[in-house]
Design a protein around this ligand. Sequence first.
Ligand SMILES: Cc1cc2nc3c(=O)[nH]c(=O)nc-3n(C[C@H](O)[C@H](O)[C@H](O)COP(=O)(O)OP(=O)(O)OC[C@H]3O[C@@H](n4cnc5c(N)ncnc54)[C@H](O)[C@@H]3O)c2cc1C
Length: 293
Amino acid sequence: MTKKISDILKQKKRTFSFEFFPPKTKKGKDSLFKTIEGLMKFNPDFFSVTYGAGGAKKELTMNIVDQIQRTFGTPTIHHLTCIGHSVDELKSIIEQMRGKQIRNVLALYGDIPEGIKSKEPSDSLSYCFQLCQLLRSYDDYFSVGVAGFPEGHVDAPNKETDLKYLKIKLDSGGQFVITQFFFSNADYFDYLKRAKELGIQKRIIPGIFPITDYKKLLKISRDCGATVTENVRKVFEPITDKREKTYREGINFALKQCRQLLAQGVGGLHFFTFNKLEPTREILDKLFKTIRD
Ligand SMILES: Cc1cc2nc3c(=O)[nH]c(=O)nc-3n(C[C@H](O)[C@H](O)[C@H](O)COP(=O)(O)OP(=O)(O)OC[C@H]3O[C@@H](n4cnc5c(N)ncnc54)[C@H](O)[C@@H]3O)c2cc1C
C-alpha cells in the first residue's frame, strides 16, 4: 500500500522531495526516469507531478504518477486542479486514483490556461478549499497537500487575507503545504511566523527553484508573482547570456539558500527540477556532504 505523505511527515522531521512535470513523449519519459534514477541515491521521501490545468492530456499526470510509484516505490503526489473540471469529472478522476493506489494529492485551484476566457464549467469548484473537502470525504484514503505563497498569492488582496485563505484550506482537510519558490528566506520565515500566529500548525515545506536561465526565471516569476530579489538581480543580470556562469551561480545561490533554511530547522526541501537531474543532484551532493560533516 502506498504511504501517505501525512504519515511520512509524522515520522520524519525533515523531508527531501522533487517535483516533475508529465512528459508528453517516450523520449521525455525515458529522460525523466533517468533523472529519477539519479535522485534515488538521496532516498527521496516523495515526488510530485504537476497537472496541466489547460492541456488536453490531463491523464498524463495519472499515468506517470502510477508508473513512478510502481517502478521506484516512492510515494508520488498527483497535483489536481479545480479548474477545467466539473465536480463529476473530479469525482471520476479521484476514483481512478484510488484504483491505482495514488493516495497523495496536491489540491490546487490551478493556473488559468492561456487563451481561455471562460475559465470553468458552471458546476465546477470555485476555490481549492472545496477540493480539499471533496478529497477528504473519501474515508481518509487520501493525504492532501495545498499550495502556499510566502509573498502572498498574486491575486490575493494582501498577505494577511492570503494566509486566512491558506488556513481555510488547511481547516478543510489540507494536511501540509508546499510553497511557491522564493529567493528571500526572510520572507519564508516571516510567513511561518505569521502562519503560527494564525494557529496554523501544519508543515510548510519550502519550494526551491535552482536558477539555470535568468530570462526564463524573470518570465516565470512575473506569471506567478514571485519577487526576483535585488541580490538575485545583482548576481544574474550581468551574466544573463552566459549559460555556464549562470548555471554555476545558480548552484551557489540555491546551495546557500538551502543551507540557511536547513540551519534554521525547516521541515523539508521540495525541489522544482523541471525534470532535469542537474543542477539538483549537484546541489544535494554538496548539501548532504555538509549535513554529514
Ligand atoms: C507548489 C505548487 C505547485 C503547483 N502546481 C500546479 C499544477 O500542477 N498545476 C497548475 O495549474 N497550477 C499549479 N500551481 C499554481 C496554482 O494552481 C496557482 O497559483 C493558482 O492560482 C492558485 O491555486 P491555489 O490552489 O492556491 O488556489 P486557491 O487557494 O483556491 O486560491 C485561488 C485564488 O482565490 C483566492 N481565494 C482562495 N480561497 C479563497 C476564499 N476562501 N475566498 C475568497 N477567495 C479565495 C486566492 O487569494 C487566490 O487568488 C502550483 C503552485 C504551487 C505553489
